[in-house]
Ligand binder design. Structure first.
Ligand SMILES: CC(C)[C@H](C(=O)O)[C@@H](O)C(=O)O
Ligand code: SF4
Length: 776
């Protein structure tokens, strides 16, 4: 594997090693080595398996946990889900996962298991994530795992079901993009600043259609935690995935992890992992080089991760922006954020600080925050009227931070110290940002309403967020940092112990392998998998979708760029177990809802939304003139809500890739057209004229327009087009290739024995919170 005479990139090599069946035209069925599962994006996928009587093919390569809905309040005294998760809809999703993992025989870290945590934290922590693998999850931040030199990307629920049933996915090869960060980082600048800076430079659609490889001296010098923060936010740059070639830093992080290979198998694995780095002379379609020394501690001022400024800067003036779409988006963002152009970033007062999320909740993040506390001195306290919380990414990280004295330092300074979960990154539990309040957050999305309706988010590093907590306003962390302290890459050479004197014995910093990690069984060989899906049934026939042939109807115009899926369907509607009943949630906070009381502090808009205006209440098509439609979260609920409303086709200059795929999976057509063509069709839509979308002919006809262009041509990928035209079920089609999948698996078992997975039966973990079997 991984040998070829033409120089190849890391991405090319992993791709080549995972092709099960090449359909031609760039489309291939690729094998998925690792599948992570959480409670929000999985219930409908499990239901799909049940409805069709299909088995889950590789329970041994699948790991599940609960993270989005779980409360972060203390858990010790609670026994069952009823009291652990009081909110009924959140509880229903947790309970559904509890049941599904039992029914399908999956390894599971339930809410009472101390290994529970954010799905993108626990995979690496356990050694489930490995170099050279393909890794997916029904979650957009799956890109995190690319830090190990893996091809890792987010998928929607329908694709989760596809992976459950086939352990494969149909994929189109992306372009290769390399971002080199060279030189060294200045003091106080971390990996979070690097990725915010990159997104500020290339924009949220800057890596659309690409897999990014991060390279250069700065990247090489980063720890695994710092690399994960960078790869995590690749999705915010529009990339399919982000990756970093594995090296000694990767190997020493992984060695000894419960699910990492051991002994001779490790040696074999390491030899393979060393062979997958990009070859000298490999072709990158796009290459960018950034000078690390030019990066400052960076903070967002708006509602898109590309709205960044150095902490020493000011809020920009939209009037100076040439591009009208950028200007409009900046104006809207400033209005939402309650900010005036020209305001010094460091004059912005903050109400809440959130340290957590899959971007920045690992032990090194907490240590770098703790170093700022230490630098501020023993008497440093959270500013008056400010609420600061730390939410570790997993129970094991929490335990370790407690052992290192970091938790005590946070608590002494007045931070709340919570249990693991996604928490206020997305606010699907009780941790919400109140309307109008401003939060310094170490998470990855500052979208409107993301942390709570009306809440205002400023993204930054854990060190910066800690500085904010102490001063009550956006602050340059360099006013606290000691020489040699946190520089993203640099090991923390100044021990917390030295800086805190009296608390020395409690606060010594140790390497995080020291925390006891429960052991897992050694990976099983492929041949031992047949009986691993307890209660599973043999796969049967397929469920066809409604075909998409010709669609004629009214189109609703939309003009904003970067319409994210948090706007399309706010989080509270993602707590459903069904694919239907979501029309009411579509663009919820942009619509009026007569007779409905909004949450306290929230107001519905005074102007009716386009979809509530006649004749668009009957629209079947959306025409967006703005780019990057459906970016952000992988929540398929966004597509289901459009479908429920009656929309079957969306036309835009570009799409968020997961959203685009989710549309296809639901028998809906996403059409990419140049912005000028979108503007012309939006003009028709504004006049209330109908459009006729003919998929077979690949044209949009402008009904009743004899003048000018009567039809606009578009292109679609042939096999996806066939699938939509015939309405055939993709899983059913893939299952016809089962023999190819079997052959691939046998070959993989011989050449990469470390990927065989683990037998659920022999994994000593509780499968449900109510089982009473916990190790807390
Ligand atoms: C709920 C889940 C599907 C979603 C994602 O895909 O990103 C969430 O993790 C988020 O961050 O918005
Ligand atoms: S982005 Fe936030 S909500 Fe999504 S997985 Fe990460 S922590 Fe959870």
């Amino acid at each position: 594997m991984s040998s070829s005479s033409t120089p190849r990139t890391l991405y090319d090599k992993i791709w080549d090693d995972h092709v099960v069946h090449d359909k031609g035209g760039g489309l291939a069925l690729i094998y998925i080595d690792r599948h992570l599962v959480h409670e929000v994006s999985s219930p409908q996928a499990f239901e799909g398996l049940r409805d069709t009587g299909r088995r889950l093919r590789r329970p041994d390569c699948t790991l599940a946990t609960v993270d989005h809905n779980v409360p972060t309040a203390p858990r010790e005294e609670h026994l069952g889900l009823d009291s652990l998760v009081p909110e009924p809809e959140s509880r229903a999703q947790c309970a559904a996962l509890d049941k599904n993992v039992k029914d399908f025989g999956l390894a599971y870290f339930g809410i009472k298991d101390r290994r529970q945590g954010i799905v993108h934290v626990i995979g690496p922590e356990q050694g489930f994530t490995l170099p050279g693998i393909t890794c997916v999850c029904g979650d957009s931040h799956t890109s995190t795992h690319g830090a190990f030199g893996a091809l890792a990307f987010g998928i929607g629920t329908s694709e989760v079901e596809h992976v459950f049933a086939t352990q494969t996915l149909w994929q189109r090869k992306s372009k290769n993009m390399r971002i080199n960060v060279e030189g060294t980082l200045a003091e106080g600048v971390t990996s979070k600043d690097v990725i915010l800076h990159i997104i500020g430079q290339i924009g949220t659609a800057g890596a659309s259609g690409c897999v990014i490889e991060y390279a250069g001296t700065v990247i090489r010098s980063l720890s695994m935690e710092a690399r994960m923060s960078i790869c995590n936010m690749s999705i915010e740059a529009g990339a399919r995935a982000g990756m970093i070639a594995p090296d000694d830093v990767t190997f020493s992080y992984l060695k000894g992890r419960p699910l990492a290979p051991k002994g001779e198998v490790w040696d074999k694995a390491e030899a393979y992992w060393r062979s997958i780095a990009s070859d000298e002379g490999a072709n990158f379609d796009i290459e960018i080089t950034i000078d690390g020394a030019s990066i400052s501690p960076t903070v967002t001022w708006g509602t898109s991760p590309q709205h960044v400024a150095p902490i020493t800067g000011v809020v920009p003036d939209p009037a100076t922006m040439e591009d009208p779409a950028r200007r409009e988006s900046a104006e809207r963002a400033l209005k939402y954020m309650g900010l005036e152009p020209g305001t010094r970033m460091q004059d912005i007062a903050i109400d809440k600080v959130f340290i957590g999320s899959c971007t920045n909740s690992r032990i090194e993040d907490l240590r770098s925050a703790a170093k700022v506390l230490a630098a501020a001195g023993e008497n440093a306290r959270v500013a008056p009227n400010l609420l600061a919380m730390v939410v570790p990414g997993s129970g094991l990280i929490k335990q370790q931070a407690e052992a290192e004295g970091i938790a005590a330092a946070f608590q002494r300074a007045g931070f709340q110290w919570r249990e693991a979960g996604c928490s206020m990154c997305v606010g699907m539990n009780a941790d919400q940002l109140d309307p109008g309040k401003r939060c310094a957050s170490t998470s990855n999305r500052n979208f409107e309403g993301r942390q709570g309706p009306g809440g205002r988010t400023h993204l930054m590093s854990p060190a910066m967020a800690t500085a904010v907590a102490l001063t009550g306003k956006l602050t340059d962390v360099r006013s606290f940092t000691l020489p040699g302290a946190e520089a993203g890459a640099a090991p923390l050479s100044v021990s917390f112990e030295q800086q805190t004197g009296a608390n020395a014995s409690k606060t010594a910093i140790r390497v995080h392998h020291d925390a006891p990690i429960p052991s897992w069984p050694a990976p099983e060989s492929e041949s031992a998998q047949e009986d691993s899906a307890d209660g599973a049934q043999k796969s049967t026939g397929s469920t066809p979708m409604e075909p998409f042939v010709v669609l004629r109807g009214l189109a609703a115009p939309m003009h904003l760029s970067n319409t994210d899926t948090d706007q399309i369907i706010p989080k509270q509607f993602c707590k459903t177990l069904k694919r239907t009943g979501l029309a009411k949630g579509l663009f919820y906070y942009q619509r009026q809802h007569p007779g409905v009381e909004p949450e306290p502090g929230v107001t519905f808009p005074s102007e009716p939304f386009v979809l509530d205006t006649e004749p668009y209440t009957r629209a079947k098509i959306i025409v967006s003139t703005g780019v990057n439609f459906g970016c952000g979260s992988s929540r398929e609920h966004a597509v289901w809500s459009f479908k429920d409303f009656g929309i079957r086709c969306i036309i835009a200059p570009s799409f968020g890739e997961i959203f685009f795929n989710n549309m296809m999976q639901n028998g809906m057509l996403a059409i990419v057209l140049p912005q000028d063509a979108c503007r012309m069709l939006a003009g028709d839509a504004e006049q209330g004229l109908e459009l006729e979308v003919d998929l077979g002919k690949q044209e949009v006809r402008r009904v009743g327009r004899a003048d000018g262009t009567a039809a606009v041509s578009f292109a679609t990928e042939a096999s996806r087009r066939d699938m939509l035209l015939t309405g055939v079920d993709e899983i059913g089609q893939t299952l016809q290739l089962e023999e190819h999948i079997d052959v691939f698996e046998q070959k993989r078992a011989g050449s990469q024995p470390w990927l065989g997975g683990f037998k659920k039966k022999r994994v000593d973990i509780p499968t449900s919170a109510s089982s009473g079997s916990t190790d807390w």
